[in-house]
Ligand binder design. Structure first.
Ligand code: PLP
Length: 409
């Protein structure tokens, strides 16, 4: 008799984006003449750059010809792409070997799946607020005994609370934990960890034999040279951290799909041999995954060429100008705005002690602007909303104009 994995029943409903859609639709139906401005979603909007498009076309042409066709590729990812990623880290002063690079179809699957190579009784620490995948993947794997509705948290997890005092990058926990999820630059708060903050985490992880799962999906949005773009810029991090990254936001690959993870051979835990975690992730990937699309990988290789990097950096600069435009407008209105300088997200305190959903409704009803309520990212996100800088320039300008003219604080 088959039965279900009951851990799925422990998941609090995926309420955030459906509820945003429901409220937005209801408003639009009641106000057919009004144009909505969507600043809520972290999806990219700008076209792929020419260097990438050419590489994608070229790869398709190769696939169209028996002489140049290729099927399954190297399981960990095409060697040329992994070598290019080794070169990408080298420019940051980091030495990675190509068998420590695992190319994937994105940072979301990697950040959801990586927990599977660690013990099911691992104690998990998660930033609050956070990208929901870290929490959900650990719930499904049975590391929480259920959702505590009264407090809006999952039982058995250690929440690292981000707030104004710690500028949304909380310090390591007081207690001993096994897996620590960090995201910098952070979705949703836009906070970026300093070198000192990451040093604190690395020294904590080494002391407690914990593993840091470092999501660097937005690292290319960092322009401040003093802020670390990779956890491996911190000495000793290879012994205690996995890093996950993505071409999605840097190069507009949200639909193309391509990411990678670094699992260093030096990484070890209490009961592992040297190199074993790297081998386990290889085993996991070859069992459950058959490699990223060879077309996407050709695109990824083009991103990492000199011209591709320059074009991707220009794309990031475009989104960051959007962020600046939004930030200036909100600050002119005396709102408290965090993030948005080294990250494409702005974390905005709701005025007048409004709750996240109340401020969401106010922005929708008065300005026709759709944002994301911060409470959807964890209980510490209450009283905040997230603005996203992903959008066409004209849409961003229309949105800020509407906010300036119509928001009544
Ligand atoms: N990690 C973070 C922090 C994200 O915000 C997102 C997407 O919004 C992802 C990972 C997903 O990346 P990918 O498109 O590579 O799966």
């Amino acid at each position: 008799m088959a039965t279900i994995n009951k851990n799925y029943r422990k998941l609090a409903s995926g309420y955030l984006f459906p509820e945003i859609a429901r409220r937005t639709k209801a408003y639009q139906q009641a106000n057919l003449d009004k144009k909505l401005h969507r600043l809520g979603i972290g999806n990219t909007t700008e076209a792929l750059s020419s260097e990438i498009v050419n590489a994608l076309h070229e790869k398709i042409d190769k696939l169209a010809n028996n002489e140049t066709y290729s099927g399954y590729g190297d399981e960990q990812g095409d060697l040329a792409l992994r070598e290019a990623l080794v070169g990408y880290y080298k420019k940051m002063g980091i030495d990675i070997e190509n068998d420590e690079v695992f190319v994937s179809d994105g940072a979301k699957p990697d950040s959801a799946n990586i927990q599977s190579i660690f013990s099911s009784d691992s104690i998990v620490a998660i930033q609050d607020p956070a990208y929901p995948v870290y929490v959900d993947s650990n719930v499904v794997s049975g590391r929480s005994s259920g959702f505590d509705v009264a407090n809006g948290v999952y039982k058995d997890f250690v929440y690292l609370k981000g707030n104004i005092e710690n500028q949304f990058f909380p310090p390591p926990p007081k207690e001993k934990v096994d897996l620590i999820y960090l995201c910098s630059p952070n979705n949703p708060t836009g906070a970026v960890a300093t070198k000192e903050q990451l040093e604190e985490y690395v020294s904590y992880a080494k002391k407690h034999k914990s593993v840091i799962i470092f999501d660097a999906a937005y690292n290319e949005f960092i322009s401040d040279p003093n802020l670390p773009k990779s956890i491996y810029q911190i000495e000793g991090a290879k012994e205690c951290a996995v890093e996950i990254n993505s071409f999605s936001k840097f190069s507009g690959f949200t639909g193309v799909r391509l990411g990678w993870s670094i699992v260093p051979k030096e990484l070890s835990v209490e009961d592992s041999e040297v190199g074993e975690i790297n081998r386990l992730w290889f085993r996991r990937q070859v069992t459950f995954f058959n490699g990223a699309s060879n077309i996407s990988q050709a695109g990824g290789l083009a991103v990492l060429s000199d011209k591709g990097l320059a074009q991707s950096k220009a794309l990031v600069a475009y989104y960051m100008e959007n962020a600046q435009i939004i930030k200036e407008t909100l600050q002119e209105l005396s709102l408290d705005v965090y993030g948005g300088t080294n990250a494409p997200y702005l974390w905005v305190k709701a005025p007048n002690n409004l709750k996240s959903w109340e401020f969401f409704d106010q922005l929708l009803n008065q300005c026709q602007v759709v944002v994301t309520p911060g409470s959807g990212f964890g209980s510490s996100g209450e009283h905040f909303v997230r603005f996203s800088a992903f959008g066409h320039r004209q849409d961003i300008l229309d949105a800020v104009k509407s906010i300036k003219e119509n928001l009544k604080i």
